[in-house]
Design a binder for this molecule. Structure first.
Ligand code: NAD
Ligand code: DAU
Length: 356
């Protein structure tokens, strides 16, 4: 199989590219990525020399480029058009969408429409839209999002992802286009960009910086290891029914403050385990409650029974082992996040956090 992966230099996309090349050695992958602030080719060092992997820098809004990739005439396609597309490319951070909604509409809505238009002319027999549980809005203290939960997005980010989902659905209904949608909960794991909660807390703590917790810290997210998300997309690619939506989640709900406390405790314990020098003050002393995110969704919780039952998927990681591994990864890959935190990120961080 030859797959066009978009956004493959980001957090989940790069984990997926490594997953697919490892698990399916005969498959070929073209990774189309614009390399925005969130795209990083360092994430793919492990596969850059793999003959089955090709990188193309480009925008999903560039219909001409995409058409040449899909008809095989682009040199990267080598006269062999891809038959599957997995669309990870997106602006993905809720806080940035509050600052600049337009870039989210451009990439997430218009970009998806351009991809769909190009793909429906070609030989693609599977198009997976990588979506999010945030399209369902927010839950109260009980209940779960199912695939039938009405769409009720609350942030510009989730509204733009919902717009994309509705276009994907419409192309299936109107043109019989072979699309599928996955809606996953919060991912964590290696190569997670340090603007997001878990890597931000780990890296700030390692730098002795304040650990910002929004509002009262009682908001709940359902965390899933990124490799389990990649395995779920792999299952949808091979066994999913076109026109269907599949929810993916970890059945692993955590209040933000409890996760932050857990990371602090792991960071106090890990140097002993790894034989590294240890700080003196307990890391929890760095926690700082800051102004809440506007429109902050209170609780997400996913019902994944459909993908479990129909595609025989289930998570392999326990949160305990996954989070320990993740903390260790950030402790052993300081260069990776130091480089990120000293670039454009620094200006964003100052804009977003120093005014809170
Ligand atoms: P990310 O921000 O880490 O990566 C996004 C990637 O897309 C980057 O490599 C970026 O360069 C690329 N990109 C952005 N605009 C582009 C454009 N116009 N053309 C081509 N490439 C472009 O995001 P992520 O966390 O890896 O999320 C990947 C996808 O999964 C997104 O669609 C997101 O909505 C979805 N998702 C994320 C999570 C999560 O917890 N991170 C959960 C569920 C769904
Ligand atoms: O649910 C899936 C979504 O998860 C994906 O669609 C998004 O792309 C991804 O970014 C993520 O969105 P969240 O807004 O849930 O993730 P984030 O890591 O930004 O925040 C997680 C929780 O932590 C949320 O309740 C806000 C809170 N938070 C976040 C940051 C960055 C803090 O308390 N402090 C922070 O500094």
């Amino acid at each position: 199989m030859k797959i066009l992966v978009t956004g493959g230099a980001g957090f989940i996309g790069s984990n997926f590219v490594r997953h697919i090349l490892r698990e399916h050695p005969g498959y070929k992958v073209i990774n189309l990525d614009k390399l925005t602030y969130a795209g990083n080719l360092e994430n793919l060092k492990e596969v850059e020399k793999n003959p089955n992997y090709t990188f193309v820098q480009g925008d999903i809004l560039d219909g001409k480029l995409i058409s040449t990739l899909l008809d095989g005439t682009h040199p990267a396609a080598n006269n062999q058009p891809p038959t599957a597309i997995i669309n990870f490319a997106a602006e993905s951070h809720v806080d940035r969408s509050i600052e600049d909604p337009a870039s989210f509409v451009k990439t997430n809505v218009l970009g998806t429409q351009v991809l769909l238009d190009c793909a429906k002319k070609g030989t693609v027999d599977r198009f997976i839209q990588v979506s999010t549980d945030e399209v369902y809005g927010s839950l109260g203290a009980t209940g779960y999002f199912t695939e039938e939960t009405p769409l009720a997005p609350n942030s510009p980010y989730s509204a733009s992802k919902t717009g994309a989902d509705l276009l994907v659905r419409a192309y299936h209904e109107t043109f019989g286009f072979p699309s599928l949608i996955t809606r996953c909960s919060n991912n964590y794991g290696p190569y997670h960009f340090p603007e997001k909660l878990i890597p931000l807390i780990i890296t700030n703590a390692l730098e002795g910086k304040p650990l910002p917790v929004y509002g009262d810290g009682q908001n709940v997210r359902d965390w899933l290891h990124v490799e389990d998300h990649c395995r779920a997309i792999d299952a949808v690619l091979h066994k999913g029914m076109t026109g269907e939506v599949y929810n993916i989640g970890g059945n692993n709900e955590w209040k933000n403050i409890d996760i932050v406390n857990l990371i602090c405790d792991l960071l106090d314990e890990r140097p002993k385990v790894l034989g590294q020098p240890q700080g003196t003050a307990p890391t929890r002393s760095l926690i700082k409650f800051v102004k809440d995110r506007p429109g902050h969704d209170r609780r997400y919780a996913i019902d994944s029974s459909k993908i479990k039952k129909e595609l025989a998927w289930s998570p392999r990681y326990t949160f305990e082992e996954g989070l320990k591994e993740t903390v260790d990864w950030y402790m052993s890959n300081r260069e990776w996040w130091h480089r990120i935190k000293s670039g454009e990120y620094k200006e964003y961080y100052e804009r977003n956090y120093l005014r809170r």
